[in-house]
Design a protein around this ligand. Structure first.
Ligand code: S3P
Length: 426
């Protein structure tokens, strides 16, 4: 993908559906009684992997563009898949489905692409085994492929060593098939879409501080879900609107759940000119529109409890930091190493290639901002968030940038480049 610098970014952009919420709507719809109607579903490859897995387990799912009908069969209605379930590039599919498979009375095998095959599954295997689950890493490396023999589970209280919504959600889903109340306490609260949505489907889910719990054997009932726009996708237009001179971008329909909206706080603290407009609630999630104007940014420290609320936005925050005056320090973010790529390494490699001064740290990075960046030959490393973050970086660099395998944006934002060029003045 070739990206040229632009003179300004102007206009309106409507953000595609939230990836985390789209996955969950399909999964919970499959386990509910009746037909769940999802609108503004994210037609990204990750969410399509979730649909494919549930179809493989006998759930009829009709998809017409971003409208999806899931004909649920109730908590105990899934059928044994006749083939290996393929989660593609999606860590969310892999980890959340594992919780459901461990409680469903059949054997299954779950795998994913080369990236997912490197991601740690011990974070779910360990607690699932404490619940009595039959789950094994086929290659014995704590990664997928996973072989699962489902059966009834024991309730546990799990003290998670990581703030991870995928771990928490996996265990809450497994907890539906347990013999008592299952709970998970995290070191810091991670995104809470599972808790909000499962409650709406009828489960008895409670949240207290960083602890979430679920009562067993709920009856789930089909819902109508309008998926809010994904703040993680909005982040690229927010960053581009702030960084590119002469820009004014109106970003419609952005989910601003406080467990996801850390990027807004940080962008404001960096000096960003951002207005939140039309705040409203859509399907139980807070949503607004954002008006973003070109701004002079300055460096900040990003660490501590805010990290889980912006973990997926750190690559684009690093790009903003490279163009901001002064130093930005990002710490407490070792989770970056186990995303679609090791994002400490991939951000560092690409920012350096563009001439930025950046030091990789064990749990983050330090960036000395304010140097002009130049176009370069970059790699997405097949990581959608790296591709989009560096497309933004390229808009204000000197000269042309080439991003190898830039088409991997189809994981979470298939129309990304089209939207970006429709707002760009050259
Ligand atoms: C997600 C949780 C986060 C996030 C991922 C989506 C989810 O991962 O990075 O993109 O939908 O639950 P972790 O749970 O590993 O932090």
């Amino acid at each position: 993908m070739q990206i040229h610098p632009i003179k300004g970014l102007k206009g309106r952009v409507s953000i595609p559906g939230d990836k985390s919420i789209s996955h969950r709507a399909v999964m919970f719809g499959a386990l509910a009684e009746g037909t769940t109607e999802i609108t503004h579903f994210l037609e990204g490859a990750d969410c399509l992997s979730t649909i494919a897995c549930f179809r493989e387990m006998g759930i009829e799912i009709e998809q017409t563009g971003d409208c999806v009908l899931v004909h649920g069969k109730g908590l105990h209605g899934l059928q044994a898949p006749s083939r290996t379930l393929d989660a593609g590039n999606s860590g969310t599919t892999t980890r959340l489905i594992s919780g459901i498979l461990c409680g469903s009375p059949f054997a299954s095998t779950l795998t994913g692409d080369a990236s997912v095959q490197k991601r740690p599954m011990n974070r779910i295997i360990t607690p699932l085994r404490q619940m009595g689950a039959g789950i094994d890493s086929v290659k014995g490396n704590d990664c997928v492929p996973l072989k699962i023999q489902g059966h009834a589970l024991h309730a546990i209280h799990y003290q998670s060593p990581v703030a991870s919504a995928q771990v928490k959600s996996c265990l809450l889903l497994a907890g539906m098939f347990a013999d008592g109340c299952t709970s998970v306490t995290e070191p810091v609260l991670s995104r809470n879409h599972t808790e909000l949505m499962l409650r709406a489907f009828g489960a008895d889910v409670r949240s207290e501080g960083t602890c979430a719990s679920i009562a067993p054997d709920p009856r789930l009932f089909a819902q109508k879900i309008a998926v809010p726009g994904d703040i993680s996708s909005a982040a690229y237009f927010l960053a581009a609107g702030l960084l590119v001179p002469n820009s004014e971008v109106y970003i419609e329909n952005v989910g601003i759940n406080p467990t996801r909206s850390g990027i807004l706080e940080v962008a404001l603290a960096m000096g960003g000119n951002i207005e939140k407009l039309n705040e409203r609630t859509v399907s139980g999630e807070p949503v607004c529109d954002l008006l973003v104007r070109s701004s002079s940014l300055h460096g900040v420290t990003i660490d501590g409890d805010i990290i889980p609320t912006l973990i997926d936005e750190i690559p684009v925050l690093a790009v903003m930091a490279a163009y901001a005056e002064g130093q930005t320090s990002i710490r407490d973010a070792a989770e970056l190493k186990v995303k679609e790529t090791n994002r400490i390494d991939t951000v560092t490699a690409n920012l350096r290639a563009m001439g930025a001064e950046i030091t990789a740290e064990d749990d983050g990075m330090t960036i000395q901002g304010g140097r002009p960046l130049h176009g370069a030959k970059l790699d997405s490393y097949l990581d959608h968030r790296i591709a989009m973050s560096f497309a933004v970086a390229a808009l204000c660099a000197e000269g042309t940038t080439n991003i190898r395998n830039g088409e991997c944006v189809n994981i979470s934002y298939p129309d990304f480049y089209r939207e970006l060029s429709s707002l760009s003045s050259t």
